[in-house]
Design a protein around this ligand. Sequence first.
Ligand SMILES: Cc1cc2nc3c(=O)[nH]c(=O)nc-3n(C[C@H](O)[C@H](O)[C@H](O)COP(=O)(O)OP(=O)(O)OC[C@H]3O[C@@H](n4cnc5c(N)ncnc54)[C@H](O)[C@@H]3O)c2cc1C
Length: 296
Amino acid sequence: MKNINYEERINLSNYTTIKVGGFAEYFSKPNDTDEFINLIKWSNLNDQNCQIIGAGSNLLINNIFLKGLTICTKNMRSIKIESHSGIVVAEAGVMLPTMSNMLAKNGLQGGEWAVGIPGTVGGSICMNAGSKKLSLANNLLSVQVIDTKTLKTFEIEKKDINFQYRFSPFQQNNLLIISAKLLFEPKGNIEQLLETTKNNLKKKTDTQPYHLPSFGSIFKNPTDTYAGKLIEELGLKGFKIGGAEISTMHGNFIINNSSANSKDILDLITVIQQKVLQKKGIFLQPEVRMIGFDYP
Ligand SMILES: Cc1cc2nc3c(=O)[nH]c(=O)nc-3n(C[C@H](O)[C@H](O)[C@H](O)COP(=O)(O)OP(=O)(O)OC[C@H]3O[C@@H](n4cnc5c(N)ncnc54)[C@H](O)[C@@H]3O)c2cc1C
């Protein structure tokens, strides 16, 4: 195994979009697949916990000292696009907005919706991120993974992955995504694709507090209704705990108005859940992933 590069005591609030997080004992940003695999091997052989993060856009990390190695994939940005066949191979750290714009420029149709999701390919497959009925899983052919226990790398076909609404088995198993093979519709009208992509981003920025620190939707939408609508109906928009506030623009977003800590945010999540349960009889399930909490 080659030498690995890591830093110590890194503040993870700089690596989450809500700008909240604890300190990682060890932290590394591999530049490619080989470095990534070496880091996983290092943590396994040295019996260290290994936590993976992408763009940190769906994460609430507790303000604690996280033992072990945290790996951020954001520098694993290699992407190969075959315009004629529509096949795309993207490393885990490729950002969806980057990929979405590249697809449009290459005349590939089917990724226009993803422009407004500020996450990586790996994080988005793990979260089964999407918009309305569209998600990255729709275009997925296979993923290359590494098993953190056996250290084996292998390919899994999409048909063998049980994707559900904002859920994939990668939220529970020992497999980390190295890269993904996707298929998009070739020979699209480039001008039209660029226009749709631009409009989709505008729709997001017009309706969500896109440029403020948040982690996107806090809760999954219950069947037949929207979490944001339920929260708004209870008059909770603008409600604050410490520096955490329910966005006045969108009821399903919490924003950090610069001084929030992880406790403010978790308390606010709990208050929303209690009020919605009391008044509407619905338990809102968090979409956001939590690290360093005793949360079920
Ligand atoms: C302004 C805003 C708008 C958003 N809009 C949407 C939306 O429209 N639709 C939607 O679905 N989401 C949305 N999100 C949420 C978020 O962007 C998505 O869930 C995104 O896919 C998360 O990707 P990430 O790289 O940031 O993952 P992270 O938040 O870093 O991690 C999420 C989970 O994935 C795991 N993970 C990360 N990389 C890997 C990997 N390589 N292998 C295995 N597991 C991995 C992490 O351990 C964690 O459990 C929004 C967020 C923001 C801030």
